[in-house]
Design a protein around this ligand. Structure first.
Ligand code: ADP
Ligand code: MG
Length: 691
C-alpha cells in the first residue's frame, strides 16, 4: 500500500467509509493525509486524580473499577465509569451515549480527557483504552485535531486513520521544495509539517505547519497555472475567427437585443473579439456578479464562431441551468439561423452502430447543430463535434481542469470562454487562475434595482408572511402579481435526503396553511430533470405564485417576475451564498425584496446578516465573509470549495505574492526539479473537483 492507494483498495474500514470520505473530497490515502484540522483541543495536561480542580480540562489515566448505564427520570440516560489511579478515583460521565460502554469494560486501562465539574466528576470529551505501561494515546493526553466531519465520519475515526498513516508512511512523504526556497522563507520541512498539522507539539508548531502547507498550496496552484499558460501559448490555431467580414451581421445581432450593453459588457466583448481573432486560442475568464449579463456576452462569441463555420459547446453545472441557457441562447440566436441543441444527463444523444469511416465520430447528428448546450453530459465519450471552435463553460469553478481538457480534445484547440459569478476580488483571481485572461463585469445593467433586504427575526415572521400575501395579490399593469422564492433551510452543503425532507415539510406547511389561497410549488435537486423543468417553466409562466426550493436554485436561474425572496435559517449561509441567492430576484423592472429569516439571537450573527441590508457588491461581501468567519462555521468549507483552496486563504495577499514570485522563478528551469514536477502532477489531479 502506498499513499497513492485509492480509498476503495485501502482495506475494509476505508472501503466501508468510501462514500463519506468522498464527501470530504478524499479519494486516496494521500488526500486523507492532507485533510487539515479545523482546530485543536488541548488535552495535553495529564493529572493525577487527587489534584484535579473543577473548571480544568485535563487528561486522567487509570483503571476502570466500575462501569454502568444509568437511566434518569426524563428518559435521559447517563454512562458512568469510575476510574482509579494511585492517588484516588473519580466518576467520568457521558450523556446518552450507551455505545461507549461496549468498549469500556471494568479492569481495563483508560485515558480520559474532559472537563472537571463541581462536585468532582469528569464530563468526558475524548476517551481511549490504553496499555498501562506504554500509555500510547491518540485522542487524549495531547493536543488533538478536530477535523471537518461529515455524517457517519467522526473526527475520532479520521484521527485514528491518520495516526496510523503517519506511522506507516513517514518514508513516503518526501520533500519536493528546493532547499533554497525552504531556507529563504524559513519553512518547516514537509515531513515535519504533515506530522505537526495533525498532532502538534504545541500550537505554535501547528501554526508553522499550516504556514508551510499553505505555502505549498499557493505555490503549486500558481506553478500549475503558469505551466498551463506556457503550454497554452504554444498551441496555435490555424484559424483566427474573422470578425470584420461579418460586421453587418454582428450589428444586426446588437440591434435585435431588447437592451443596450453596459460599458463593462462592451469592454468584455471587445476583449473577446481580439482573442477570437488571434492565432492563439482564447483562454478567458468572464467574471461578473449574478445578473451582470454574462450570457449575452457568451452568445455573441458563439455567434462569431457560427459565422466562421464553427460549432460551439456550452457546459453548465446543472440541468436547470443548461435548460435555461438553451432557452436564452435559442431566443437570441435562432432568429439568426443558428441551430441550438440541448443534451443533459437524461437526454443523451443516441449512439449509432455504423461508424462513418471518414470520421471518428459516433453521433449520427453531429452536423445537426451549431451549438450544443448541456451539463457534463457534454464530456461523455459519445458526444462529438464536427468542427468545435469554441467552448463556453458557465460557473467554471464547478468543473475541473481535466474536464476542460476532455472538451478541448473534442475540437482542434478550440477557444475557451469560462464564466463565473464567484465574487473573488480581481487581483486574487488573477493569481489563482493565473493562466486565464480576465474580463470583469463590474457594472450592472441599467435600471437594475438593488434588492431591498431585511433581517426578519422570529417575531417578524407573521408580518412578513402578511406582507408577502399583499404583494402576491398586488397586480401590475399586465395583471401579474409578484412571485416569490422561499428557500428552505440549509441542512448540509450538498443536497441530501434530510434537506429534501425539510423542504417538503416547509412546502406542505406553506401550501396547506400559510398560503392556502396561492399556487405553491416545490423544487429540489432530487427531482427528475423533466419534473424540474416543468416546475420551473410553470413558475416562469406565472402559473405558480410561490416556489419553495432547496438552496439548489443558487446558481444562475433567471426569472424576471420573481421579486421576493425569503430565506430560512439564513445564518447557516455565508454572505456570498446569500448574495447569490438574492441575485435570483431583482432581475426585472419591478422593485424586489429579500427577507433573511433567522432564529439566531447571537449579536455577531445578526450583525453579519445585517451587512446584507447595506452592502450590494459581491466582492465586498466575500471579503467580509472571510473576515467574520469562524473556523467551525457550517458554511466555511463551501466558501473554500469555490476557490479550490483547502489550506491557504485567498485573502493572504502577501503569501500569494511571495509564492507567485517563487513559482515564476522556478518555472524557468523546472525540469531540473524532478521531485517538484512529480508533486505538481499529483497536486493537479487531486485538485479536480468531484462531480
Ligand atoms: P449572469 O451574469 O448572472 O449570468 P444573465 O446573463 O443571466 O446574468 O443576465 C441577467 C438578466 O439581465 C437577463 O434577463 C438578461 O437578459 C438581462 N441583461 C443582460 N444584459 C443586459 C443589459 N445590458 N441591459 C439590461 N438587461 C440586461
Ligand atoms: Mg449566468
Amino acid at each position: 500500500m502506498s499513499l497513492k492507494t485509492p480509498i476503495s483498495q485501502a482495506g475494509l474500514t476505508y472501503k466501508l467509509h468510501k462514500k463519506q470520505l468522498e464527501k470530504l473530497d478524499i479519494k486516496t490515502l494521500e488526500e486523507l493525509l492532507y485533510h487539515i484540522p479545523l482546530r485543536y483541543e488541548d488535552y495535553s495536561i495529564i493529572s493525577k486524580i487527587n489534584i484535579i480542580q473543577p473548571g480544568e480540562t485535563v487528561t486522567i489515566q487509570g483503571k476502570i473499577i466500575n462501569a454502568k448505564n444509568q437511566y434518569t427520570r426524563k428518559g435521559f440516560n447517563i454512562q458512568k465509569i469510575t476510574v482509579e489511579d494511585e492517588t484516588g478515583k473519580i466518576d467520568c460521565i457521558w450523556f446518552n451515549q450507551p455505545f461507549v460502554l461496549k468498549s469500556l469494560k471494568e479492569n481495563s486501562f483508560v485515558s480520559i480527557a474532559g472537563r472537571v465539574e463541581n462536585p468532582k466528576t469528569i464530563t468526558v470529551k475524548e476517551y481511549e483504552e490504553t496499555n498501562p505501561i506504554e500509555k500510547q494515546t491518540t485522542h487524549t493526553a495531547k493536543i488533538i485535531p478536530i477535523y471537518p466531519e461529515t455524517k457517519g465520519l467522526t473526527s475520532k475515526w479520521i484521527r485514528n486513520r491518520i495516526a496510523q498513516l503517519l506511522q506507516t508512511s513517514q518514508q513516503e512523504i518526501s520533500e519536493h521544495l528546493p532547499k533554497s526556497i525552504i531556507n529563504k522563507h524559513n519553512l518547516t520541512n514537509l515531513q515535519n509539517a504533515i506530522h505537526e498539522i495533525h498532532f502538534p507539539q504545541n500550537l505554535q508548531s501547528a501554526q508553522k505547519a499550516k504556514e508551510r502547507l499553505a505555502f505549498d498550496e499557493l505555490f503549486l496552484t500558481q506553478l500549475g497555472a503558469l505551466q498551463r499558460k506556457k503550454e497554452w501559448e504554444k498551441q496555435k490555431v490555424t484559424y483566427g475567427f474573422n470578425i470584420a467580414k461579418h460586421r453587418d451581421k454582428i450589428n444586426k445581432f446588437w440591434k435585435q437585443l431588447p437592451f443596450e450593453l453596459t460599458n463593462a459588457q462592451k469592454r468584455a466583448v471587445q476583449e473577446i473579439f481580439l482573442d477570437l481573432n488571434s492565432k492563439i486560442p482564447m483562454n478567458r475568464l468572464l467574471e461578473g456578479d449574478v445578473g451582470s449579463g454574462k450570457t449575452v456576452v457568451a452568445a455573441i462569441a458563439i455567434y462569431i464562431a457560427y459565422l466562421n463555420g464553427f460549432q460551439s459547446a456550452l457546459m453548465a453545472p446543472t440541468e436547470i441551468l443548461a435548460q435555461q441557457h438553451h432557452n436564452t441562447i435559442s431566443s437570441l440566436l435562432n432568429p439568426l439561423g443558428v441551430k441550438v441543441k440541448l443534451i443533459t444527463g437524461s437526454k443523451k444523444p443516441k449512439k449509432t452502430k455504423t461508424k462513418d469511416p471518414n470520421s471518428e465520430f459516433t453521433i449520427q447528428d453531429q452536423d445537426d447543430f451549431d451549438i450544443l448546450i448541456g451539463t457534463h453530459a457534454l464530456i461523455s465519450n459519445n458526444v462529438n463535434f464536427k468542427k468545435l471552435g469554441l467552448v463556453v463553460i458557465d460557473e467554471q469553478q464547478r468543473f475541473g481542469v481535466e474536464q476542460r481538457t476532455i472538451l478541448r480534445n473534442k475540437g482542434i484547440n478550440p477557444h475557451f470562454l469560462t464564466m463565473t459569478a464567484t465574487p473573488i476580488p480581481r487581483t486574487i483571481i488573477l493569481t489563482i487562475y493565473g493562466d486565464l485572461e480576465l474580463s470583469y463585469l463590474d457594472e450592472m445593467p441599467k435600471g437594475r434595482k438593488t434588492v431591498k433586504t431585511w433581517l426578519a427575526p422570529p417575531n417578524k415572521r407573521q408580518s412578513a408572511y402578511e406582507w408577502i400575501r399583499k404583494k402576491v395579490n398586488e397586480k401590475d399593469e399586465r395583471g401579474k402579481g409578484n412571485q416569490v422564492f422561499i428557500i428552505c433551510p440549509l441542512i448540509e452543503e450538498s443536497e441530501n435526503i434530510k434537506s429534501v425532507k425539510a423542504a417538503v415539510r416547509e412546502y406542505e406547511k406553506l401550501k396547506n396553511f400559510v398560503f392556502k389561497e396561492f399556487n405553491v410549488d416545490l423544487l429540489h435537486g432530487k427531482m427528475k430533470s423533466k419534473e424540474k423543468d416543468e416546475i420551473l417553466n410553470k413558475f416562469r409562466d406565472g402559473k405558480t405564485d410561490i416556489l419553495v426550493a432547496t438552496p439548489v436554485v443558487e446558481v444562475g436561474i433567471d426569472i424576471p417576475n420573481a421579486t421576493i425572496m425569503l430565506i430560512e435559517t439564513s445564518e447557516r449561509f455565508g454572505l456570498s451564498a446569500l448574495h447569490q441567492l438574492r441575485g435570483r430576484v431583482g432581475r426585472g423592472q419591478k422593485e424586489s425584496y429579500c427577507f433573511l429569516f433567522t432564529e439566531s439571537d447571537n449579536p455577531k450573527t445578526l450583525e453579519r446578516l445585517r451587512s446584507l441590508e447595506k452592502i450590494y457588491f459581491g466582492p465586498e461581501l466575500a471579503e467580509l465573509d472571510l473576515k467574520l468567519r469562524g473556523p467551525g462555521d457550517i458554511y466555511g468549507t463551501a466558501q473554500h470549495g469555490k476557490t479550490g483552496l483547502k489550506i491557504a486563504s485567498f485573502s493572504n495577499l502577501s503569501l500569494i505574492q511571495k509564492t507567485k514570485t517563487e513559482a515564476e522563478k522556478i518555472l524557468q528551469n523546472i525540469n531540473s526539479h524532478p521531485k517538484l514536477l512529480k508533486k505538481l502532477e499529483s497536486f493537479k489531479t487531486s485538485n479536480i473537483s468531484p462531480d
